[in-house]
Ligand binder design. Structure first.
Ligand SMILES: Cc1cc2nc3c(=O)[nH]c(=O)nc-3n(C[C@H](O)[C@H](O)[C@H](O)COP(=O)(O)OP(=O)(O)OC[C@H]3O[C@@H](n4cnc5c(N)ncnc54)[C@H](O)[C@@H]3O)c2cc1C
Length: 361
């Protein structure tokens, strides 16, 4: 049996370890903190799963496949990780990201509606639509309970033979295995500075207290604002997250206390878009980080000097939803069943595919 060591138990690493174990590999998963640690991007409470990708079809297809795999995992384990609440895109233009996403949704058969602003008002208990050109409601989209889902991938991987070890692996003292997958999120650039260029930037997320009418309201993306979030899920409150450019941080040492300035921005947005939330109390907040590649495409490639090593990361603030489907793709690449996509290659990147839920930053 071939052996693999996966370094990093975020969603990319946890899903890849489980996928390889399901394919009969002897797998070890090494994590420096705890699987699903809140220091990792995968350790957030919730993450949106949407198929709309502004016309970059590869990711629409991947998200659609991942949705089935997440639902299968939920059904097989009896553990709730998926909230089928839909995601509403607040289109500020008729010809923006939202409109460019429609052909792929049509091709895949994803359920969606293109609503006039007046017809979208009932989506939320309080919703100001005066500045919008339209609302794209993706009914098949929803929200994943991210930290729980990451930990579930690890638990299910263990059921299928994955061995989990604590510790920090390095290229200088690498794990001994036929294949090593370095799925190290924002730590990847520090481990491989000659091959990986990432900007590790801070993001603050807020949960506001609202009444029961907000339960299970759809997720939302205001791409050109840029803000995103969802209704009250699992009692967390209504999530409102500014997606404005953030400063560069060290994910090991940053204090994870949200900034007052970001809270003011989130509250101002909530007051304007969802007026009933203007005075809502803050129930909680999280500080997380993006590992941004220059063009927002992921990195999935073989190390040029170590043919048995694969690097996977650069998820650029939009990777969570794809976890299990990305793992299938990566496992296929490792097993030589397909080639990695040219846009996932190591090395310099140019342009911006705009794959995050924000038009800037
Ligand atoms: C605020 C915020 C909101 C987001 N919203 C969404 C969303 O709505 N939808 C979506 O799809 N995505 C979203 N994302 C992005 C998504 O969370 C990430 O793309 C995804 O979680 C990245 O997973 P990862 O496994 O690559 O990295 P991580 O989750 O960061 O995991 C990397 C893991 O590797 C470990 N590690 C690193 N180096 C080593 C080492 N040397 N040895 C051992 N272990 C190591 C780390 O401790 C960590 O556990 C969001 C991200 C943030 C921050």
């Amino acid at each position: 049996m071939s052996s693999a060591c996966v370094v990093g138990a975020g969603v990319f690493g946890a899903a890849t370890a489980r996928e390889l174990a399901l394919r009969g590999w002897h797998v070890t998963l090494v994590e420096q903190y705890a699987p699903g640690t809140v220091r990792s991007a995968s350790g957030g409470d919730t993450r949106l799963l949407r198929m709309a990708h502004g016309g970059v079809d590869w990711y629409a297809d991947l998200a659609w496949r991942a949705r089935s795999l997440w639902i299968d995992l939920q059904e097989q384990t009896g553990t709730r990780i998926w909230e089928p609440v839909g995601v509403a895109w607040f289109a500020q233009r008729e010809d923006g990201f939202e409109a460019r996403s429609r052909p792929a949704l049509d091709r895949l058969g994803v359920s969606y509606e293109w609503l006039a602003p007046d017809d979208a008002r009932s989506l939320y208990p309080s919703f100001a639509t005066g500045d919008l050109a339209a609302v794209l409601l993706e009914s098949d989209a929803g929200v994943l309970r991210a930290r729980a889902a990451t930990q579930l991938l690890v638990e299910d991987g263990v059921r299928h033979g994955v061995r989990v070890e604590g510790g920090r692996a390095t290229p200088a003292a690498p794990p001994g295995a036929d294949v090593v997958v370095w799925a190290c999120g924002p730590w990847l650039a520090g481990l491989f500075p000659q091959h990986v260029e990432l900007k590790i930037t801070r993001r603050d997320v807020f949960f506001f207290g609202a009444d029961s009418a907000w339960q299970d309201a759809p997720g939302f993306c205001d791409y050109d604002a840029p803000y995103y979030g969802h209704g009250d899920i699992a009692g967390l409150g209504v999530k409102v997250a500014p997606d404005l450019p953030g400063e560069e941080i060290d994910p090991d040492t940053v204090d994870r206390i949200p900034l007052a300035e970001r809270e003011r921005e989130a509250r101002a947005y909530a007051a304007q878009r969802f007026p009933a939330l203007a005075e809502a109390p803050v129930l909680g907040g999280r500080v997380c980080q993006y590992d941004l590649s220059a063009d927002t495409h992921f990195i999935v490639d073989r190390h040029p000097e170590h043919p048995g090593w694969w690097l996977a990361g650069g998820s650029s603030g939009h990777g969570f939803k794809h976890g299990p489907a990305l793992a299938e793709y990566l496992a296929d690449c490792i097993e030589g069943k397909r080639e990695r996509e040219p846009f996932h290659a190591l090395g310099a990147r140019s342009g911006d595919a705009g794959l995050r839920t924000a038009s800037i930053g």
